[in-house]
Structures are given as C-alpha cells and as structure tokens.
Ligand binder design. Sequence first.
Ligand code: BTN
Length: 245
Amino acid sequence: MNTTILTFDTLDSTNTEAIRQAREGAAEGLCIIARQQTAGRGRLGRTWISEKDAGLYFSIVLRPRIDARYLPLITLMTGVAVHDTLVEFGVRPDIKWVNDVHVNGKKIAGILAETAETPKGLAVVVGIGINLRPSSFPPEIADIATSINQIVGKISIEMLAGSMIKYLAYFYDLLQDTDGNITIIDEWRRRSSYFLGKYVRVSVGDETLTGVTDGLEWNGALRIKRDDGSVTIVQAGDVENLRAS
Ligand code: BTN
C-alpha cells in the first residue's frame, strides 16, 4: 500500500476529514494526522478528548478488496497493528474485544472504523487514538486511562505514526490474502487475553449478559459461553472484565 500523510494543526476529527477526502476520491493509503481534534469521536457516539499533542490522532483511508462479511475484521487487524506498534516502544499491551488497547487494565488506545460510500466504491476509514501523555481528563476517565508517557516516558509522535503505518500496511495485506480472516483471528488470539476463558460482562444495547469468552467467529464476532452451557455470539457490544487479573 502506498501511503501519503497529511498533517493538520487542528481538525474537527481526523475520521471526518478522511471520509471527506475519500468521498472526493482519495486513494487508499491516505493518512490524516492532527495535533488536536475539536470533535474527536469514539464508538457509540462517545467523545474522544483530543488535547493538543496529548495523543496521536490518526486516520487512514482503506478501499478493501475483501467480501463485506469480513469488514468487521478490519477493526481486529488494526488492534493487532496498534499492539505491535506499542510493543516496539516498550509497552506491553493487551487487546480488549473489539477495539480497545489496554495496559494493566487501563485504556491506552482506541479504534473507530467507519464506512463511507464514495464514487470509487466503499471506503473504510480507520481512526486510531493513542494516548501519549495524561490529559486533563475528568476523574472517571483518568482512573481508567493511561498513556505512553506514564509507562515508558516521552517518545516521538512522528516515529509512533511511522511505526503504526508500517504495521497497518503489513496486517492489512495479510487480511486481504487467501484465508486472511483466519490469519488475522490467529494473530489477534496471540495478543489478547480476551480470546479465551475471560469472565466478562457484555453490554449490547440495553441488554447485558455475562459469561466466559470462547474464541472468535470467522468474522471476528465474540463467542460467550453462558452459565447454562449455551453460546451467545456477539457481533457488537461493550466488554468488561469481571475479574481483576
Ligand atoms: C473508541 O475507543 O471508542 C475509539 C476512539 C477512536 C479515536 C480516534 S482519534 C483519531 C480518530 N478521529 C476520531 O474522531 N476518532 C478516531
């Protein structure tokens, strides 16, 4: 994948800008980086607080050549890429299904994949936020978030972005290869303590269920083994670890 990086001082959201550019015909591999976002967003309509230089705020335009049924795997593939990027900087992360990267149970990075119809076909914009230093988060967030600076000290944001792009390009190629879904699920399994045997509570809309994780389906959906032995397949939801590890 050829990549082009556009860097902005301030944007509403790098995902919004990447979608805008994808609709105008941007090629796959366009990367948007902002030093701050005024309307950074996360999953489920949440706000992603994006103070100046406190994080890497990054989005990439993809035009995947995979069956639409496999599109959810783009989020998992990105989690693997973010994981390996952080390892390169001395951090030892875990991936929490489906889009969170944690260190010692605290969130260090989040992923938001969004699709957009464009004149060149469907584009997927993958947004990644990685905490670089502690921001003035409200206390309820400060307690559950961490940053690279708190773990390994100051690092270069340019080097972090470069490493991210390298791993994204690598795992994106793997995803698009023959049996790419199996490969990505296997790579994810090796990096996530949530793959198997984790006692969790899952919120799906207004409903919650508890059970033990039991691997992933072929499209990345999470299997939960319930107390009665039945298996529930979760396509989208929020997962919470019920036992401190
Ligand atoms: C989440 O954990 O809910 C996903 C957070 C994704 C945040 C990133 S920051 C760069 C990109 N631009 C956005 O507005 N969101 C994503």
